[in-house]
Design a protein around this ligand. Structure first.
Ligand code: FAD
Length: 338
C-alpha cells in the first residue's frame, strides 16, 4: 500500500459516442482496477455522449469498475474539446481529489490539458506506463522524441490528469465487478461554448485494414522521397503486404492518416513488420512491437527501432531495399518452380 493520502477515486475515460468503449481505455481500466485495489480508491469508468452504449457497460463490468458515470447531452454526441472538457471538469470538481486517466488518443491530447487547466491541477500527457513501484505511484513518460524515458513519482491524494498508452502486455481483462450506473443528463450550457460545430464529414475510408495485414512494410521519414516510397511499395507488393507509415509521413502528406501505425493510428500485429527509415519513437513502437517478426532498416546503428527489431540492417534504404527486392523476386520465381 503506497504511503500518503489516497485518491478518493480513479476515473478512467472510456470513450464517447461510437468510439466507446475505446480499446486502449479498456486496457487502462483493467490496469487501474489493480492500482485502485492497491491504493484503496474507487474505480469509475466515464463515458460521454448522447446515450450509454450497452457495450461500454459490459466492458466496464468485465474490468471491475465500481461505478459507470455517463454524462449525456446533445453537445457531447460528437467530439468537441471544449464541451468535453467542461463536462468532465465539472464532474471532477464535484467529486473531489482524484486521478483522471485517459488513453493517449488525439482527443486526449486536447481534452486532458483543458481539464487540467480548468481545475488548475497538473497534467502528465503522453505516458506509456503507470504502476506502483517501491510503494509509490510511478508514471513513465517518453522525452526527447521518444529517445529517453523518465519515470516520475507522483503524490497520491493530489488531483492529477494523466494520459497513458500502456505498452506492456498486461491483461486487458482485469477482474469482473458489479458497477453502479449513474446516467447524468447535462443541462444546456449556461455559458455559450467558444466554438460551435457546424457539421462534419467522415474521412475517406482507408483503402486497407492494416490490422488484418499479415505483412506490413512501413515507411518512416527516412523514406520521405518518391524514389524511396516506390521501393517500399515494390517490396510490399512482392511480399503480398500492406504499406503503412510513421505519423510524420502522414503529416507530411506522403500517406493518408489511415496508414499511421502507433498511438495516433493503428495497433498492428502482423507476422512480418518491415520498418524502413523509422527511428522507433515510443509512440510508433506502441503500435507495432507485438509483430511476430520485426525487421528494421536504418542508417543509424543507434536508432531505438533496433531495440525491438528481431533482425536489423544498418544501411541506406536506397541500397538495402533494391537488394531485398531482388531476393524477394528470386524467392517468388523459385516458388513457381515445380
Ligand atoms: C502525442 C504524440 C503522438 C504520436 N503518435 C505517433 C504515432 O502514432 N505514430 C508515429 O509513428 N509517430 C507518432 N508520433 C511522433 C513520434 O514521436 C516520432 O516523431 C515519429 O514516430 C518519428 O517518425 P520517423 O521514425 O518516421 O522519423 P524520424 O524520427 O525522423 O526517423 C527517421 C529515421 O530514418 C533514418 N533514415 C534517414 N534516412 C535514411 C535512409 N536513407 N536510409 C535508412 N534510414 C534512414 C534515420 O536514421 C532515422 O532513424 C507522436 C508524437 C506525439 C507527440
Amino acid at each position: 500500500m503506497p504511503s500518503g493520502k489516497p485518491w478518493s477515486e480513479l476515473v478512467v475515460f472510456l470513450g464517447y459516442g461510437q468510439y466507446c468503449p475505446d480499446g486502449a481505455a479498456l486496457h487502462l481500466l483493467a490496469r487501474c482496477r489493480f492500482l485502485a485495489d492497491r491504493l484503496g480508491s474507487r474505480l469509475t469508468a466515464l463515458v460521454l455522449g448522447q446515450e450509454l452504449p450497452a457495450s461500454a457497460v459490459a466492458a466496464a463490468e468485465e474490468r471491475g469498475a465500481d461505478e459507470i458515470v455517463s454524462l449525456e447531452a446533445p453537445a457531447l454526441a460528437h467530439y468537441h474539446a471544449e464541451a468535453f472538457a467542461r463536462a468532465v471538469g465539472n464532474l471532477l470538481r464535484e467529486r473531489g481529489p482524484g486521478l483522471f486517466l485517459l488513453p493517449n488518443t488525439l482527443e486526449a491530447t486536447e481534452v486532458a490539458p483543458a481539464v487540467a487547466g480548468m481545475l488548475e491541477v497538473p497534467a502528465l500527457t503522453n505516458c506509456i506506463d503507470i504502476e506502483i513501484a517501491n510503494g509509490c505511484v510511478v508514471v513513465t513518460r517518453p522525452m526527447f522524441w521518444g529517445t529517453r524515458h523518465v519515470r516520475i513519482q507522483v503524490e497520491t491524494g493530489q488531483p492529477l490528469v494523466v494520459t497513458v498508452q500502456l505498452r506492456d502486455g498486461s491483461p486487458v481483462q482485469g477482474r469482473p465487478g458489479n458497477p453502479s450506473v449513474r446516467r447524468v443528463q447535462l443541462p444546456a450550457e449556461a455559458e455559450p461554448l467558444l466554438t460551435r460545430i457546424l457539421g462534419g464529414s467522415e474521412p475517406a475510408v482507408a483503402d486497407i485494414d492494416l490490422t488484418k495485414a499479415e505483412v506490413i512494410v512501413a515507411a518512416g521519414r527516412g523514406a520521405a522521397s518518391k524514389s524511396a516510397i516506390k521501393l517500399v511499395e515494390e517490396i510490399a507488393e512482392l511480399l503480398g503486404g500492406a504499406v503503412a507509415c510513421s505519423r510524420p509521413m502522414a503529416d507530411l502528406g506522403w500517406f493518408p492518416r489511415g496508414r499511421i501505425v502507433g498511438t495516433s493510428g493503428k495497433t498492428v500485429r502482423p507476422k512480418l513488420y518491415l520498418a524502413c527509415g523509422i527511428s522507433g519513437a515510443s509512440q510508433h513502437l506502441a503500435g507495432m512491437q507485438e509483430a511476430q517478426t520485426i525487421i528494421a532498416i536504418n542508417k543509424d546503428p543507434y536508432a531505438p527501432i533496433f531495440e525491438v527489431a528481431h533482425y536489423g540492417v544498418v544501411g541506406m534504404l536506397e541500397e538495402i531495399l533494391p537488394a531485398f527486392i531482388e531476393n524477394a523476386r528470386g524467392i517468388r520465381a523459385g516458388d513457381k518452380l515445380p
